[in-house]
Design a protein around this ligand. Structure first.
Ligand SMILES: Nc1nc2c(ncn2[C@@H]2O[C@H](COP(=O)(O)OP(=O)(O)OP(=O)(O)O)[C@@H](O)[C@H]2O)c(=O)[nH]1
Ligand SMILES: [Mg+2]
Length: 453
């Protein structure tokens, strides 16, 4: 559980393993003192100007034995990532110098940072709001250009600004209501029509943001797409064609794929987790049976199924079973082996003709998958995009409260009631930026971070 504290934390900010350099980061009230205990350099860290870089030698604070030649970056509070005094030590990027330097920092009074603790401190110290802190994690994990762009927009505060602008509309309404309750002789009766106009304006703005959620969440989180079909229709071949590499084993023998295989694919900017599965059929083979069970499990978790048929041969009972079993789930039907198909007609109306062998139709299939995953989502027009389910839920809750406010006006209820609804909507909106977010939710968010961020 992360707690606000001012003790001095340290962690490796670069990934484990070997690299050109490895960076250790120190933050807290004693960051400079801890650095001075392990560094041999020209002057005490505090006397260096902020945002400057200095050569130094790290030495074991007990024995004085040199550990590594390093570069030290200095940041004075509040002008640092965390808002505290921060020192970043760039060591040679091997496990030994890093481990020994880390050990030296720990015996000199620092403690190991929890995952996300640097960013948590940045949030607590007002360097960024909660949505912007979430964006830090998104920037690191983004897998496509679109996901990265959305993360940068969130990090720059585009969503926060849009949400706070809506909150300001509601605060204006609240001020009117409260003035009419507290000082009726000065401001007169509440202008309920003006309130209604403002509330509707807020509602439209929230709805506009919610429209971006499906697309935004899809680009950030990606989608699971599963290949389903009877044995030998070409699921693994299609997997390879979509990945543009020979990932899955392909043979003419039905029942080749035994286990579900997953790979990530950038499909029109959407990070797609593509899952090839064992062909669906009744079987007595022990291994294949387990494979078929796994296929069913993968199908259940998927956002979209590509039901693959073989256009070069008549439909079988097994095909019919797969078609029937997937009918209630989001799916696209794919008619593979179009190169060997007798005519132009697909085995099932509406099926997408492709040839995993020649690559014909693969582009059109990708378009169809992207369209299907994005169906019903408005294209992003302006910068603010909802990319987290948490933000979508807060906006939906705010919208409910705004709806209640309108109902309160319609029923000519006393202004106190209207104030409660409007205040409720404001609280929901502030969940996004963190002003009203509970500690549990905040902890959940930062626990997903990597150590050193
Ligand atoms: N002509 C033609 N043959 C194909 C095409 N796609 C796959 N095949 C052939 O069909 C056979 C089966 O392909 P796979 O990709 O292994 O089929 P699968 O659906 O994964 O089969 P299982 O793993 O057994 O369920 C292989 O001999 C492939 O070369 C295609 O588009 N055209
Ligand atoms: Mg296969």
């Amino acid at each position: 559980m992360l707690q606000p504290s001012d003790d001095t934390i340290c962690a490796q900010a670069t990934p484990p393993g070997s690299g050109g350099i490895g960076v250790l980061r120190l933050s807290g009230t004693r960051a400079f003192a801890v650095a001075d205990a392990v560094l041999r350099h020209a002057r005490p860290t505090r006397r260096y100007r902020g945002h400057t870089l200095h050569r130094a030698i790290v030495a074991n604070p007990r024995t004085g034995t040199p550990i590594d030649d390093v570069l030290v970056a200095v940041f004075h509070e509040p002008r640092s990532y965390t808002g505290e005094d921060v020192v970043e030590i760039s060591c040679h990027g091997g496990p030994l110098p890093l481990r020994q330097t880390m050990q030296a920092l720990l015996v000199s009074g620092a403690r190991v940072a929890e995952p996300g603790e640097f960013t948590f401190r940045a949030y607590i110290n007002g360097k960024m709001d909660l949505a912007q802190a979430e964006a830090v994690c998104d920037i690191i994990t983004a897998q496509t250009d679109e996901a990265h762009r959305a993360a940068r927009s969130l990090h720059r505060g585009a969503l926060s600004a849009a949400v706070l602008a809506i909150r300001d509309i509601l605060l204006g309404v609240l001020a009117r209501i409260e003035a009419s309750i507290d000082f009726p002789e000065d401001v007169g009766d509440l202008d309920i029509d003006a309130c209604r106009i403002e509330i509707r304006r807020a509602d439209a703005e929230v709805a506009h943001l919610l429209d971006t959620a499906k697309r935004g969440i899809l680009y950030r989180q990606g989608a699971r797409v599963v290949l389903l079909g009877r044995p030998n229709v070409g699921k693994s071949s299609l997997m390879n064609a979509l990945l543009r590499t020979q990932r899955a084993i392909v043979t003419p023998i039905p029942g080749t794929t035994r286990d579900a295989i997953e790979e990530t694919l950038n499909l029109r900017g959407i990070p797609v987790r593509l899952i090839d599965t064992a062909g669906l059929r009744a079987t007595d083979d022990e291994v294949e049976k387990i494979g078929v069970e796994r296929t069913h499990a993968a199908a259940k978790d998927a956002d979209l199924a590509l039901v693959v048929l073989d256009a070069s041969s008549p439909l079988t009972d097994e095909d019919a079973k797969v078609l029937e079993g997937s009918a209630s789930r989001p799916r696209l039907i794919v008619a593979n082996k179009s190169d060997a198909a007798p005519g132009d007609a697909t085995p099932v109306p509406g099926a997408i003709p492709v040839s995993a062998l020649t690559g014909d139709g693969i582009d059109a299939l990708e378009d169809a998958v992207a369209d299907r995953l994005l169906s019903g989502s408005a294209p992003a027009i302006d910068e603010a995009v909802v990319t987290h389910a948490r933000h979508r839920e807060a906006l939906a809750a705010a919208r409910n409260r705004i709806g209640e406010a309108e109902a309160t006006i319609d029923h000519a209820m006393p202004p106190d009631f209207l104030a409660i609804d409007v205040r409720g909507a404001i609280v929901e909106l502030e969940q996004i930026t963190g002003a009203t977010t509970t500690d549990d939710v905040i902890n959940e968010i930062f626990s997903r971070f990597c150590i050193g961020k």
